[in-house]
Write a protein of this length. Sequence first.
Length: 206
Amino acid sequence: MSNETITTVSPHVLSTLPYADNSLEPVISAKTISFHYGKHHKGYVDNLNKLIAGTEFDDMPLEKIITETANKADKTQIFNNAAQTWNHTFYWHSLKLKGGSEPSAMLKKKIEASFSTVDACKKELATAAMAQFGSGWVWLVLDGDKLKVVKTNNADLPLTKGMKPLLTIDVWEHAYYLDYQNRRADYVNAVLDKLINWDFAAKNLG
Ligand code: MN
């Protein structure tokens, strides 16, 4: 899946989870996935459809709704629900069963050019995840011709900052609290070591 395939139009539908809800155990439990995907992600999609019904955003592709409503005080609700719809689809694809192994040669070379080693890149992702105060996301992005780690607050995402997202980790408490309670670092490190989908990142790199 590329970034472009998340572009859908109204009514926006909950994207299909790319694996069974128990596939990511024991790192992420089926219970977490059932709430996170079935309640939180679904809630954002349902709210978005309600908020845009009969408005200028009704027939707009999802990514256009996001860029059109970003940083507009009177469109915050639409932005938040549209961005969270997009972010979660991107997150599910950033994880996979038996992930976390070596990136492909091309991605590895790119990572090494920007971070010196794959481990240093993972460490930077983990550090950013811990440094994010409150709800948000950490991302590996392409910014110009360099790879970078960035973090965003709440629903915000790299698309509004001219950067191309390659992968993301959800660091909202709902992503890990049932399994890890307050131990965000344990969740993030387990995701990086066992689930992170470098193939998805390589595909997004193009
Ligand atoms: Mn989430």
